[in-house]
Design a binder for this molecule. Structure first.
Ligand code: PMP
Length: 357
């Protein structure tokens, strides 16, 4: 830290992203929940052919893409804001809807960026415990008087709340914004986007990074009533009005024009999830029911951190979190069938070497 760094950030503990290895050949990469399949051919073709010239700034309103995405989501363009990954939308929501008077609340076990955003924005936060089975208890969020952030499905557990359960949280917090982070909603969940017409306090975020195979493009979006979206745009345009670049805009347009491809990728990921969960359970793992493109699983008699390291030694990257309540678990992104078989082979070797196979 330099002597110029503002003391207000002295205690900031930045988010640690999952490893992004330089050499992709070296690892079976199951650690950051990307889509294992390439972007749609149309995404590539659009990025190559239809970009706004790169000597010009991108359209700060992303008008054409916003209209197309709004049409896809069956909402109005004014109910939608595009941003540089859904992380950016979440950061803007912390800035826009939390302050010294209105603190934040989110599950104790959830996406690790929430406490970091809160700290960056100097916002106090409450971490709400999960039930013993790692599910979110909606009633714990009733009338908190805070801005609520819930990932649905939650990460890293993969557990899903129903739209009806989310509706109870919205109803019991009419004076506070409830942010539902739907980064993983396309792998078996039902989006609560249609509820924005009934609840002015609902903000939904989604991303092109997971189901839409465009993590490298960095594109996310927020959906809510026009007034909430105007608030977010006020923050966006005070920070970086050109937050979505021209290449990504074009690739995203191509992606939206190939919705069949996106659907097929999600279906394959869900099939591979069912297969992998069954294979892990057959080996004695405890596997949480997941509605996301990852599994959260604990080996019967093998320390979670040690298993993460042993897998890495064998060239398979998964994600381990140090928090005591989940230290026994690893989060395994769902890849291709070949990648999942490579994981299972590595696990068999590790368990055999430990005398458990
Ligand atoms: N929400 C959750 C729950 C996530 O796991 C992630 C991915 N790390 C994000 C949001 C952010 O994704 P992106 O910025 O790529 O849209």
């Amino acid at each position: 830290m330099s002597r110029y760094f503002s003391p207000r950030f002295a205690a900031l503990e930045p988010y640690t992203p999952g490893e992004q290895p330089q050499s992709l050949e070296r690892y079976v990469k199951l650690n950051t929940n990307e889509c294992p399949f390439p972007p749609s051919e149309k995404a590539r073709a659009y990025a190559e052919a239809h970009t706004r010239p790169l000597n010009l700034y991108p359209d700060p309103d992303c008008r054409a893409l916003r209209v197309k995405l709004a049409e896809t989501l069956e909402i109005a363009p004014e109910e939608l804001m595009l941003c540089n990954g859904s992380d950016e939308a979440l950061a803007f929501a912390f800035l826009a809807f939390c302050d010294g008077k209105t603190a934040a609340a989110f599950p104790e076990i959830t996406y690790g960026f929430y406490p970091v955003f809160a700290a960056l924005c100097s916002v106090e936060y409450q971490e709400v415990p999960l039930r013993a089975d790692f599910s979110v208890a909606p009633e714990d969020y009733f009338g908190l008087g805070r801005t609520i952030f819930i990932a649905n499905p939650n990460a890293p557990t993969g557990k899903l709340l129903s739209v009806a359960e989310i509706e109870t949280i919205l109803q019991r917090n009419p004076d506070n914004v409830v942010v539902i982070d739907e980064a993983y909603i396309d792998f078996g969940g039902t989006s609560c986007i249609p509820l924005i017409r009934s609840y002015e306090n609902l903000l939904v975020t989604q991303t092109f990074s997971k189901s839409r195979a465009l993590a490298g493009g960095r594109l996310g979006f927020a959906v809510g009533c026009p007034a909430l979206i105007a608030d977010l745009n006020a923050i966006r345009c005070s920070f970086n009005p050109y937050n979505v670049n021209s290449l990504t805009t074009a690739a995203a347009m191509g992606t939206l024009l190939d919705s069949d491809y996106t659907r097929r990728c999600c279906e394959t990921v869900m099939e591979n999830r069912t297969y992998t969960a069954a294979e892990l359970k057959r080996r004695g793992f405890h596997v949480l029911e997941s509605a996301a493109n990852f599994l959260f699983a604990a080996a019967p008699d093998y320390d979670g951190g040690a298993l993460y390291r042993a897998l890495k030694e064998k060239g398979v990257l998964v994600r381990h979190f140090d928090k005591p309540a989940i230290a026994q678990y690893n989060r395994i992104s769902i890849g291709t069938r070949e990648q999942m078989d490579a994981l299972l082979r590595a696990l068999d070797e590790i368990l055999q070497e430990a005398g458990q196979g």
